[in-house]
Design a protein around this ligand. Sequence first.
Ligand code: GLN
Length: 197
Amino acid sequence: MSVGVLALQGDFREHAEVLRSLGAEVELIRRPEELDRISGLVIPGGESSVMDKLARAFGVAEPLAEAVRAGLPVYGTCAGLIMLADTVIDGIEGQQSIGGFDIAVRRNAFGSQTLSFETDLDVPVLGEPPVHAIFIRAPVVESVGTRARAIATLSDGRCVAVEQDNLLGTSFHPEITGEHRFHDYFLQKVAAAGFRY
Ligand code: GLN
């Protein structure tokens, strides 16, 4: 099973390492023609406005949007989640997203006081123990549309992890804490989808 990691910008190496440790064959994806080799894709954390510009400049944004519509399983963390959101709030001028996830996401939602913080989160689909989550200039999912569902919320009720058919998204970064359950959950989605171009 070959899984891609979008490698335009951000912490793609960390994701590739986690996926390899779980037994997946990993392709780093930068060009549209590389998309037809994979049956799932991870979009890493980084800076969504830069990633968006690079995705368009490399001609990968539109084919990727089409692949998402066709059912390619995709997991986005932080900036990657912003890339997948149908609606981006507080984007920079002209910022676009690949879309597909029926959610509205607010960039940099935690303000300057808590640009980065750590907390333990209950994620019922992953079972026990709670997930130790690191938020770095993280977004929140401000509204969850009818096609998506929240799978984790902070104690104040704000949604920070979502799922929708072939899509998975977290505001935080499991790839840097040794937490492999989200990637494992994602690989199960990839195996179940059996996506082929
Ligand atoms: N603030 C970043 C953005 O808007 C996301 C930060 C991250 O990926 N850790 O894209």
